[in-house]
Design a protein around this ligand. Structure first.
Ligand SMILES: *[C@@H]1O[C@H](CO)[C@@H](O)[C@H](O)[C@H]1NC(C)=O
Ligand SMILES: *[C@@H]1O[C@H](CO)[C@@H](O)[C@H](O)[C@H]1NC(C)=O
Ligand SMILES: *[C@@H]1O[C@H](CO)[C@@H](O)[C@H](O)[C@H]1NC(C)=O
Ligand SMILES: *[C@@H]1O[C@H](CO)[C@@H](O)[C@H](O)[C@H]1NC(C)=O
Ligand SMILES: *[C@@H]1O[C@H](CO)[C@@H](O)[C@H](O)[C@H]1NC(C)=O
Ligand SMILES: *[C@@H]1O[C@H](CO)[C@@H](O)[C@H](O)[C@H]1NC(C)=O
Length: 385
């Protein structure tokens, strides 16, 4: 087993290396490494090496003439003694070993590899060491994030975002949708006291360091009681179709109830249908009867409360057939039969009364026959239905 552990490292790594080397190569004490050899050895600190997690790092140290022994150490463990691999780690391998250069590499670098690496060189005259500090960078990763939340309006909310990474990532919270309302935090915690429905939406946590950025989002749903938009009264002619509409804003979505006075109304086979689609409820009368006219109430309910509005279904009186006949008789008297036929086919201006008809009139009054009048009345009835 080629495992070297020096138990003396608490004191100083330089001394440790010297002692280790002596132990390793069974150097005679005092020659050339003296027991107090530090003062006579060259110890050089190289620039830090920064490498990303998962990458490969090359550790190189110059050799020179008269080198008798040389080794690369990770803290107190020898990785390579010359060409001999001491490390059992398969990620460590020799790249170059010659008179000038001694280079090893570590593949798939991890955080645990961070630290001091020492190249110890034993020459005929004196030992020297070159040490290098390996810094491992890790891209940010959000490791603990608040779950999506469903809350009631007025709750206090605390959102949490914890991230790992090296250097330590900076955390920023902000609301991104439906709108960025300026609510943000540059710590791991975002506090939202007394949350309102306007604060419902998507919140984003960003963890960033020199290397990369990680982003995650949290969805906040805020429950609130219904509010109903004011109902619009609806006018319908007898026998026609009438639709009352009721719209409610609520989370969770409201359930609707319709009332006439204090009596609840349900969908039925006798011509009433209640249809709910999301925020909208429709009460439909397929064939409005006299008894249907009145004052209706729409109530929207969810678990946080309810709201209502009143909608009046009122009657629109269409011109009756007797009033029509009068209007037509008057008109016909002023028109030629050919004019009348043409007008009747082309448009519905009859409904607007004599004035409208007169505009299209040549002005010359001619004979009037009962047959003609009959034709016009029949035509009108056909157009109406
Ligand atoms: C090398 O890294 C160490 C540890 O992070 C730090 O204390 C030292 O200042 C760095 N040296 C250089 C030259 O950057
Ligand atoms: C260096 O030493 C540390 C601590 O013993 C160990 O976790 C790490 O895997 C070593 N790295 C290499 C490349 O030997
Ligand atoms: C995430 O944070 C919560 C609250 O601080 C804590 O209870 C939980 O243990 C954390 N989970 C992890 C994996 O760190
Ligand atoms: C929210 O926090 C305030 C103080 O910040 C506290 O008075 C209130 O009771 C809290 N509300 C809830 C629902 O916890
Ligand atoms: C509407 O109701 C009236 C009275 O009940 C009935 O006479 C008429 O045929 C109905 N119309 C339709 C289109 O169902
Ligand atoms: C409808 O009824 C409600 C109460 O049931 C009342 O407040 C409202 O004034 C009524 N609307 C009309 C137009 O009568």
């Amino acid at each position: 087993m080629k495992m070297v552990v020096c138990g003396c490292c608490a004191a100083s790594w330089k001394r440790c290396v010297v002692v280790c080397l002596r132990f390793l190569f069974l150097l005679p004490a005092g020659l050339p490494v003296r027991s107090q050899g530090q003062s006579q050895s060259d110890n050089k600190q190289m620039d830090n090496i920064t490498v990303r997690q998962g990458e490969t790092v090359f550790l190189s140290c110059s050799q020179g003439d008269f080198v008798t022994h040389t080794a690369w150490l990770n803290r107190s463990s020898i990785l390579y003694a010359g060409e001999d691999k001491w490390s059992v780690d398969p990620r460590v391998s020799l790249v170059t070993f010659n008179q000038d250069e001694f280079t090893i590499k570590i593949e798939d670098v991890d955080l645990t590899d961070e630290g001091q690496y020492i190249c110890a060189v034993q020459t005929i005259s004196r030992p020297r060491t070159t040490s290098v500090h390996l810094i491992v960078q890790v891209p940010p990763k959000i490791v603990n994030l608040s779950k999506d939340l469903v809350l009631n309006e007025g709750s206090n909310v605390t959102l949490m975002c914890l991230a790992s990474g090296r250097p330590e990532p900076a955390i920023v919270w902000r609301m991104i949708s439906p709108s960025d309302d300026g609510l943000s935090s540059d710590t791991e915690v975002l506090e939202i006291p007394f949350i309102t429905k306007q604060r419902a939406g998507t919140y984003e946590c960003t963890a960033a360091n020199d290397i990369a950025v990680d982003t995650q989002t949290v969805e906040l749903t805020v429950n609130y009681p219904p509010s109903v938009s004011e109902g619009r009264d609806v006018g319908v002619t007898l026998g026609q179709r009438g639709v009352l509409e009721c719209e409610a804003d609520a989370v969770p979505e409201a359930d609707f109830e319709w009332y006439r006075d204090d009596r609840r109304i349900f969908s039925s086979f006798d011509g009433i249908e209640i249809e709910n689609a999301g925020a909208l409820s429709k009460l439909t009368f397929f064939n409005v009867s006299e008894a249907d006219y009145g004052n209706y109430t729409c109530v929207a309910i969810n678990k946080l409360g309810s709201a209502n509005t009143n909608i009046v279904l009122y009657e629109i009186i269409e011109p009756t057939s007797s009033t029509l006949l009068q209007v037509e008789t008057a008109s016909v008297l002023q028109m030629t039969s050919s004019d009348l036929e043409q007008t009747a086919f082309e448009n519905n201006e009859f409904w607007e009364g004599p004035g409208a008809v007169q505009d299209g009139n040549s002005g010359t009054s001619t004979m009037f026959t009962p047959t003609c009048l009959l034709l016009i009345v029949v035509l009108q009835l056909l157009l109406k239905f």
